[in-house]
Structure formats: structure tokens, C-alpha cells
Design a protein around this ligand. Structure first.
Ligand SMILES: Cc1ncc(COP(=O)(O)O)c(C=O)c1O
Length: 428
């Protein structure tokens, strides 16, 4: 993958250029100098030499395309709602600021907020004690992986899947193994593919529903099959449910927490209540009866969270208490209607330019098949030249090749112009 040259990988290569003695070979094939040599290198080169766990890590292709976009570009790249944060939330935040009671909360977060989060998973055995409020769901994901994954453990990640998963798995010392969500089945879950990816070393399985990048959601039957396939493995599931409230199906997509007991749910308010910059997320452990492992894992994650973040923003936590109100629920429903309308509009516009799109069940992304026009990276570059930001499907795994991910976080007239520019790029 030709990512940016600004990442840690570029520096590491430079350092290894001046390496003269024998080296170890890392799993990814790069050379890792021995400790005494590293000290020597630092002294001789006076350069920053990244630790092995960060080597090869660079900013994501999503950010790369965004950062390189010429001015006046239309952004169909980032996954960030353009809709205002509901007033009940902003007012609660302003009240919290004016009341000036914004010191640290407990590391785990406000008890009232943890009760509300756990309440959504009560039937599955969640409690306030097994819930941590985090700086966005991204921190929750990091805590979960750092806590559960040991050196050499395998972590099953979806292909295509969210770009952060393999990077974080590597930082935790684990090895990602992809399970295919086949493009020819419109990225639907495939039980055989899933079973084939499981090995005796499988420690953690990540599932995302609705998915980034495909927007596809898993139904109850599929979740039960996943639970059955994992029953004898002892593997933990990390269920990334950051898009669970943004659905276009009749009902909210189900959670695997109701079918599989060793689950850690990751969630937050960024996407469903337009609160990306508020950094408010959570990690919620679902404990099986008589099985204390998840509770122990959450305790360990809490220690890490305390050292890394201390606590999530107190203002954001206090504002988040309003997210379970009727007014916030009405705002969520309004957002679902808006995004559903945009999805249908976007797909019909794409059909008009003869580009097939996989209709999403939720989130705000659509995968569009551009395979007839070239490789996804090349098409995304051409689109950028025509001032429309997209993400090449290969950024999400090999299965995404031949597709672009477009987000519909903009008004219809902007989407319209974006599709028009994409059509021009495909013709060029
Ligand atoms: C699948 C998925 N998980 C987690 C996140 C992190 O979101 P946040 O940290 O804003 O809650 C994102 C953001 O794009 C995402 O797409």
C-alpha cells in the first residue's frame, strides 16, 4: 500500500540504512536493530528512531486524500456528519461550563452516564461497573485491543473493515487475520469465510454493524451463527457499534452482545448525534453468567484508561447525559431520515452515471463499483484531480479493491456536484 511518506515507516528505513550489524527480522519483514544498536543509532544519527511497535505506521489514506485535496474540493471522503449537534446537548454543555463543576470525574466516568450506557445492554448482562466512558469510541477500541491482545495473538478483522483495526492490532503486538465479506455478495457476511479464518490462536474477533466502509448491517440470524462458530473457541468479541443508531432498516440492528457472552461493546455519540469533536465514547463489557473474564478485562482496561486519559471530558460527559432524553431521540430519528434520503438520492444519481452502488443498511457510506475504470487508488487520484475527495476501497482491505467509498455527509446539491465531478473523472 503506498501510503504517505510522513509516517514512522519512512524514518525507520532511514535508520536501518545506516545499520551495519546483524538485525532481527520483524513479522512485517522490517529489520529491528538490537537495543544496544538502537542506542548507538540514536547517538550516531541524532534522528528520531521509532519503537518497533510503531514502525510502518503512518496516517490513514482517508486523511491523506483529505489533506492533499485542492481548495474547492467536494468532500465525499471523511465520515463526519454535517448536521448540527442537537440543542439539548449543546445547552447541557453550556450549563455544565457555567456551573464550573468541571474537574476530573472518576476514571470510569460519571456513574449516571455509565448506567445509561449499560442500560442498553442490560438484558445481555452489562452494568455500570463494566462500563468505561472514553475519549471517543476510538479510545475504547484501543483500550480493548491493548487489554485483550498479547504478543502473537490473532485478531480477526473484517475485510473490508475500518482502517484503524489492523494498525491498532499491530500496536498491541497481535496479528490481524482478515475474514472476507465478499464483494460479489455485496459485502454480506459469509459464514464459511468466517469459519475458515478462525484458528487455535484466535484471541479476539472484531465485528462492525453497521459497517464502515460498506454500511451493511448484520441481522439476528448472522449474529447467532457468529456466536455458534465461536462457542468453543473462548475468543473475545469486540463489537464496534458506533453506527448502531444510524440505520435505514425498519428496526435498529441487533447486537451480538445478546448472543455471545464474551463481548466488549464499543460505542459513542460521534456519529448518531453529530458529536465527533466532543470525544465521547464508551466501552461496555458484557459478562456471561458465572464468567468473570470480561469484568476482569474491563478492570484492566480501566487501569490503562486512567493512565492514558484520566477521564473523558467532563463537559462532554455532562452533556451526554441528555443523549437519552426524548428530545435527543427525536434528533436521532431526524438524522436517520436525512441520511436515508441522501442515501437514496446518491444511489439514484450514481445509477444515472452508470456506476453501481451497494445500498447501505446504515451509517453514511456507500461503496461504488469502479472496477471497469481501473484500480481504486488510481480512480481516487483521478477524482482528486477533479476536486472530489473519495477513499480508495483498497484502504479497507483487499476485498475493497475495485470500489470507492463515498460518504454522504453533505446536502443533496453538494452530493450532486460531487457525483458530476466523479463522472468527469471516470471519463478522463
Ligand atoms: C467503525 C468505526 N469505529 C470507530 C470510529 C471512531 O469514532 P469516534 O472515536 O469518533 O467515536 C470510527 C470513526 O470513523 C469508525 O468508523
Amino acid at each position: 500500500m503506498s501510503d504517505t511518506t510522513s509516517g514512522f515507516g519512512a524514518r525507520a528505513k532511514k535508520a536501518s540504512d545506516i545499520e551495519t550489524h546483524d538485525t532481527s527480522i520483524a513479522r512485517d519483514g522490517t529489520n529491528i536493530p538490537h537495543d544496544d544498536e538502537m542506542t548507538n543509532l540514536r547517538r550516531v544519527s541524532r534522528e528520531f528512531v521509532p519503537p518497533a511497535r510503531l514502525r510502518g505506521t503512518s496516517k490513514s489514506l482517508i486523511r491523506d486524500f483529505f489533506d492533499r485535496a485542492p481548495s474547492g474540493s467536494i468532500n465525499l471522503g471523511l465520515g463526519e456528519p454535517d448536521i448540527r449537534t442537537p440543542q439539548i446537548i449543546t445547552h447541557a454543555a453550556m450549563h455544565a461550563i457555567e456551573a464550573e463543576q468541571n474537574g476530573y470525574t472518576t476514571h470510569a466516568g460519571l456513574l449516571g452516564l455509565r448506567r445509561l450506557v449499560a442500560g442498553d445492554y442490560e438484558s445481555a448482562g452489562a452494568s455500570a461497573e463494566s462500563t468505561i466512558i472514553t475519549a471517543g469510541s476510538q479510545e475504547a477500541l484501543y483500550l480493548a485491543l491493548m487489554t485483550l491482545v498479547d504478543a502473537g495473538d490473532e485478531v480477526l478483522v473484517p475485510d473490508p473493515g475500518f482502517v484503524a483495526y489492523p494498525t491498532m492490532v499491530r500496536m498491541a503486538g497481535g496479528v490481524s487475520k482478515r475474514y472476507r465479506l465478499p464483494a460479489q455478495a455485496d459485502f454480506d457476511f459469509d459464514l464459511d469465510e468466517f469459519r475458515q479464518a478462525i484458528t487455535p490462536r484466535t484471541k479476539v474477533v472484531i465485528i462492525t454493524s453497521p459497517s464502515n466502509p460498506t454500511g451493511r448491517a448484520l441481522d439476528e440470524e448472522q449474529l447467532k451463527k457468529i456466536a455458534e462458530a465461536l462457542a468453543e473457541t473462548g475468543a473475545f468479541v469486540i463489537s464496534d457499534e458506533i453506527y448502531r443508531e444510524l440505520y435505514f432498516t425498519k428496526h435498529r440492528p441487533p447486537s451480538i452482545a445478546d448472543f455471545y457472552p464474551r463481548t466488549i461493546v464499543i460505542g459513542g455519540l460521534s456519529k448518531s448525534l453529530s458529536m465527533t469533536g466532543w470525544r465521547l465514547g464508551w466501552l461496555c463489557g458484557v459478562a456471561g453468567e458465572g464468567d468473570s473474564t470480561i469484568r476482569d478485562a474491563v478492570k484492566a482496561a480501566l487501569v490503562l484508561h486512567g493512565y492514558v486519559t484520566t477521564c473523558a471530558s467532563t463537559v462532554s460527559q455532562k452533556a451526554a447525559l441528555a443523549a437519552w432524553s426524548n428530545e435527543a431521540e427525536a434528533a436521532r430519528a431526524g438524522m436517520r431520515r436525512t441520511f436515508c434520503g441522501r442515501r437514496d438520492y446518491m444511489i439514484s444519481r450514481l445509477e444515472e452515471i452508470n456506476v453501481r452502488a451497494v445500498s447501505p443498511d446504515g451509517a453514511f457510506y456507500v461503496m461504488v463499483d469502479v472496477s471497469a475504470h481501473g484500480a481504486s487508488m488510481e480512480i481516487a487520484e483521478r477524482a482528486l484531480e477533479h476536486k472530489v475527495i473519495t477513499v480508495p476501497g483498497m484502504a479497507f482491505g483487499a476485498e475493497g479493491e475495485g470500489y470507492l467509498r463515498l460518504s454522504f455527509c453533505a446536502d443533496k446539491d453538494v452530493l450532486d456536484e460531487g457525483v458530476r465531478r466523479l463522472a468527469a473523472a471516470l471519463k478522463s
